[in-house]
Design a protein around this ligand. Structure first.
Ligand code: WTA
Length: 675
């Protein structure tokens, strides 16, 4: 607790130095074409009109049967949206577009190697491929509604095809970010109880072909150890008909999808009408304890929310070419590459590789050549692109009408480069604040209705009512520059339904803190705790300051400090580990690792290397730390608690403050001397 309070104090202090930024109005050209120009939406979605207002969002979808109640709160805070309704997500993202948009590109797949040309998949082609794969999954694997399947796939057209084939059958998918290790994949296979793993043999990254099948072998071995047997590993081929990995296929367990598919050519599978509240997918994310938790998203509510926000915030029109640079393995990719855009019959770009391959102009070339006019990325990518080629965008003939930033706070300076250089002073920017748990945007400006404010996410979305609470549950008034815990007062259709298999943790982590009555069935008693600290300006615009829990946001990706520390502790020599965030020019922050050794071992370069390797094996390369400091002892309170605040100050070269309360203040100097 002491550590947490310290973090909050320092967040608030940072914030008080910030000045209010000037407002940028969207251009008249943008406003004239915006999907949402009706100021009345804010009134229609006022707190008093929750939950009924969300019918407007559900009406953007095709239903087999309409719902009986919009919001069932009988098991609060596990809500059921559009209860009684029947719907299929695959139908809404594919079949319903055939009448008007059969021949329109659904997915532009851009391989990383520029000499491999873009693959344009029409809605008709998507329909065929989703159906054939669904037929295979049903017939060969015997999968049915309610089963879970783990995917560990790279950025490819086959990834959304797989997701849409699974949800066509009502099967719950759990896609694990391709960059995660086999071990991390195994934990998710076990937790979700998946009998099947779907992967791809290889993919390109930084000009090299990466053997990805290797990770499937690790994942299956580890899952077996943990008691979950994987029946089959289904392997897509990066080049159909050719195996691009070095790791051998395992006889009887591994099968090539491209081979099996031949048997299902021409097959059509009717989408299964699913209850609106049936789970659509699981997305694992880091939380306050070591174990990643499976955020369970429902079908009808989630799809309604991401479709509406894609339409009104992303401003996607049928004629737009939309490119979200996130990985589909994160929530941004699920909501705003796959489900939202495809439900609107958009043309969505999927890029396989890294933004700077083979050079700093690649992104802008893709934008130019495909006619991309809506661009969606994260501050970490914006900082990197700005660093490697500040003048590159001007060299290419593209024009964005709209751009998004998501995942972490953006510095006003970086925002201005995005606006002036990338957007060429004409694109509307939305800074969208939200989380894996929330399914879709919580705060953002509606781009045709509200001006932009650099560094600020904007007001609550229509129907999302944020409130900033202090430690005692009192509202922190807006406009005073004071930070607090940002909560959402009401439920909304995009929010997750529970943590897979752990309702107790769901309630504890997100609702317990400010719950007014644990037995209440009234949603007004259950404010949602986001875990972020924020400040609200007098105009209601929200500035997100960072996490209040033990989560480090590296390049917009959440890493639990406990996850990193447990990985370090798998190294035999390590007795204690503590991770702290350290400021980084491109990534925002980076983890810095402190370890203390068990008695009898001496510090060595070897041990530090072993720790880094353990992070890569347990989690993946994104978990690598800036440095591994082998310290004689950790700074500790008298009760034996590691003072991460002090380590964080040492890592960031800031004032360590008062060390008098430490049991071992001398260790602070000893660590400082190591630097
Ligand atoms: C942070 C990503 C500032 C925040 C969609 C949140 C942001 C966590 C923003 C969720 C933003 C996300 N401005 N901070 N626009 N967007 N965050 O689950 O701390 O990967 O709680 O979801 O990222 O990360 P997650």
């Amino acid at each position: 607790m002491a550590d947490k309070e310290m973090t909050e104090v320092s967040e608030a202090q940072i914030a008080s130095h910030w000045k209010e930024e000037e407002l940028y109005p969207p251009t008249p050209e943008f406003i004239a074409q915006a999907n949402m120009m009706d100021e009345g939406i804010y009134d229609r979605f006022a707190l008093d009109n929750v939950p009924g207002c969300f019918k407007e969002y559900a009406d953007l979808l095709d239903w087999y049967k309409y719902w009986d109640v919009i919001l069932d709160t009988s098991d609060a805070p596990c809500y059921k949206w559009f209860k009684g309704g029947l719907i299929n997500a695959s139908y809404n993202c594919v079949d319903r577009h055939l009448a008007k948009n059969r021949n329109k590109t659904a997915i532009h797949f851009v391989p990383e190697l520029e000499e491999e040309r873009v693959d344009h998949i029409t809605y008709q082609e998507l329909y065929v491929r989703v159906n054939e794969f669904a037929a295979l999954l049903q017939d060969y694997c015997g999968l049915k509604a309610g089963d879970r399947v783990t995917l560990h796939m790279p950025m490819s057209a086959e990834l959304p095809i797989t997701m849409l084939a699974l949800c066509r059958l009502g099967v719950i998918h759990s896609q694990v970010f391709g960059g995660f290790s086999g071990k991390a994949c195994a934990d998710r296979i076990v937790d979700s109880g998946s009998d099947y793993l779907i992967t791809m043999d290889a993919y390109y990254r930084g000009g090299k072909i990466i053997d990805h099948k290797e990770k499937a072998d690790e994942a299956v071995a580890e899952a077996t150890k943990q008691g979950q047997k994987v029946k089959k590993v289904l392997v897509w081929q990066r080049y159909p008909g050719k195996y691009s990995a070095e790791t051998p296929m395992v006889e009887g367990r591994d099968v090539f999808i491209n081979d099996l598919l031949k048997k299902y050519y021409g097959k059509r599978i009717d989408p299964v009408p699913m209850p609106a509240e049936a789970p659509l997918f699981l997305m694992y994310t880091s939380g306050t304890t070591g174990k990643p938790k499976g955020c369970q998203h429902g079908t009808g509510g989630y799809l309604a929310y991401v479709t509406a926000t894609s339409k009104y915030v992303q401003d996607i029109h049928p004629e737009d070419v939309y490119w979200c640079m996130a990985d589909i393995g994160w929530i941004t990719g699920h909501s705003y590459i796959v489900y939202g855009p495809l439900a609107l019959a958009a043309s969505s770009v999927i890029y396989e590789g890294i933004p700077n391959y083979p050079d700093a102009g690649r992104c802008w070339r893709i934008a130019q050549d495909l006619g991309v006019n809506i661009f969606h990325t994260a501050p970490t990518a914006i900082r990197a692109l700005r660093k490697i080629g500040p003048d590159e965008p001007a060299k290419y003939n593209y024009q964005f009408k709209h751009m998004t930033t998501v995942g972490e706070p953006i510095e006003p300076e970086v925002w201005r480069w995005y606006y002036n250089a990338v957007g060429k002073g004409k694109a509307a920017i939305v800074d969208t604040w939200w989380q894996t748990e929330t399914g879709g945007f919580l705060c953002s400006t509606l781009p045709g209705l509200r001006p932009m404010k650099p560094g600020s996410a904007g007001p609550g979305m229509p129907g999302i009512h944020p409130i900033i609470l202090d430690e005692d549950g009192n509202e922190v008034p807006s406009g005073e520059g004071k930070a607090g815990n940002i909560c959402i007062q009401n439920p909304w259709p995009g929010m997750f339904q529970t943590i897979w298999g752990d309702r107790e943790r769901f309630v504890r982590q997100y609702f317990e803190r400010y719950c007014k009555d644990p037995n209440s069935k009234d949603w007004r008693d259950w404010p949602y705790l986001t875990g972020d600290a924020a400040i609200m300006a007098s105009d209601g615009y929200v500035r997100i300051l960072g996490r209040i829990d033990d989560v480090i946001n590296v390049s917009g990706h959440r890493l639990g400090t406990k996850e990193l520390e447990s990985a370090a502790l798998t190294v035999v020599e390590i007795a204690e580990a503590a991770v702290v965030p350290v400021k980084h020019e491109i990534k925002g922050v980076e983890p810095d690792m402190y370890v203390a050794l068990k008695p009898g071992y001496t510090a060595s370069e070897e041990i530090a290397k072993k720790v880094q390797q353990a992070l890569v094996t347990e989690i993946g390369p994104i978990a690598k730390c800036r440095n591994v400091w082998i310290v004689p002892d950790m700074p500790k309170t008298r009760s034996g608690k590691i003072m991460r605040r002090i380590l964080a100050a040492l890592s960031n070269n800031t004032d360590v403050g008062d060390t008098m309360t430490l049991a071992n203040p001398e260790v602070v100097d000893a660590i400082r001397k190591m630097k």
